[in-house]
Design a protein around this ligand. Structure first.
Ligand code: TXA
Ligand code: MG
Length: 348
């Protein structure tokens, strides 16, 4: 398939031409990759079962893993889901923005889009290019992250092209994604709202609006034998780099000592800025990557997936990264990083 690439970094007269043709592709049942403030999305008409099938195919994703439907206003969800008071309270506080809410679905969302569930995930992205594309398409856009199944979500156009060139009709280049980790997901179709996936909008921020929420155990732990996944995505193997990745906590000197004694021939070490000198000096054969300042979680979230993809191309025999704290958006970093590390944690 020939993929057309349009560059649309902001809205204006010229971007309108590109977005109109992209919207026509969506209306005709084709696939368009578009930027959002979290990660790039691989989009198709959420009301068209054959578009959903194409999305699963292009991604190489099992078709029982449901898709988020993206709306351009919170009210657009009315036609597709049974909204409730919690929905509107959270929408007022955080939409448009990096928050996905799970509601009971209406029949207007085909079973293919929902991965067979009776619920549907709704998200109104903050990125104005994404919202304009939805508005022009006149339907919600179903979109998972635009990576091949098993790779990290793409946060740059380079990584979108690596995975998806030739697999979709259109790619919209909107530059780097602002936040860099996928949206916060909260299930609000039942009694107690439950956090299924942490993101930029934190549990504390959500609780401040709707009161206490539960945190699904799979957010910080692996699913136990026989445990049912609240979100189908939780049960699939997550991205892990080709070389083993371990998360390591302790003082820079202790880390350097530990890693040195492991005698790797070509290790990669992701380190906080204040650890770099100690680690590089102690382990001259290690390639050390800057994860930013220890307290700068926004930068870490912004670069994590980008770094992991770049590191994965270089054939290291071992990768180390810091073990994040679980506070605030640290919980989102922790959640993505323990999965990439297959829960391998070294505490010194
Ligand atoms: O930031 C994001 O949310 C990005 C951008 C493109 O919007 N999208 C994204 O989609 O991360 P995806 O498909 O890669 O991840 C969505 C997760 C999956 O793990 C899926 O299983 C879960 O949401 N999910 C979708 N619908 C659900 C539902 N009805 N009930 C429970 N989990 C659901
Ligand atoms: Mg994904």
């Amino acid at each position: 398939m020939k993929t057309e690439i349009f560059t649309v970094k902001s809205l204006g007269e010229r971007s309108q031409l590109s977005l109109n043709s992209a919207a026509t592709v969506i209306k005709d049942g084709g696939l368009v990759i578009f930027p959002t403030e979290t990660v790039y999305g691989l989009g198709g008409d959420a009301t068209n079962p054959s578009a959903a099938k194409k999305i699963y195919e292009a991604k190489g994703r099992p078709s029982d893993n449901p898709l988020i439907i993206h709306v351009d206003t919170p009210e657009m969800a009315e036609k597709y889901a049974y909204t409730n008071e919690t929905y509107y309270r959270l929408a007022k506080a955080f939409m448009p923005g990096p928050l996905t809410l799970i509601l009971k679905a209406k029949d207007t969302v085909p079973i293919e889009t929902r991965g067979g569930l009776d619920t549907v995930a709704v998200r109104c992205p903050e990125n104005e290019v994404a919202r304009e594309l939805i508005r022009l398409s006149e339907v919600p856009i179903a979109a998972p992250s635009a990576n091949l199944s098993g790779s990290p979500s793409p946060t740059s156009i380079k990584h979108v092209i690596d995975d998806m060139l030739g697999r979709v009709d259109v790619i919209i280049d909107g530059g780097d994604c602002n936040f860099g980790l996928e949206s916060t997901i909260v299930k609000i179709d039942g009694d107690t709202p439950t956090l299924l996936r942490p993101g930029k909008i934190t549990p504390a921020e959500i609780s401040a609006v709707i009161g206490e929420i539960k945190i699904a155990s799979a957010v910080t732990e692996s699913l136990k034998e026989g445990e049912r996944a609240l979100s189908p995505g939780m049960k699939y193997r997550h991205y892990a780099p080709a070389a083993p990745l371990a998360l390591i906590s302790g003082a820079a000197e202790e880390k350097a000592e530990y890693i040195k004694n492991e005698n790797h021939s070509k290790p990669a070490i992701i380190a906080y800025q204040d650890e770099i000198e100690t680690i590089s000096t102690a382990i001259p054969n290690a390639e050390v990557y800057n994860f930013g300042k220890r307290e700068d979680l926004e930068t870490q979230a912004h670069i994590l997936f980008y770094l992991l993809r770049e590191i994965d191309k270089k054939g290291y025999d071992m990768i180390y990264a810091p073990l994040p704290e679980q506070d605030g958006i640290g919980l989102a970093l922790y959640n993505r990083m323990i999965r990439a590390a297959a829960h391998k944690i070294i505490r010194l």
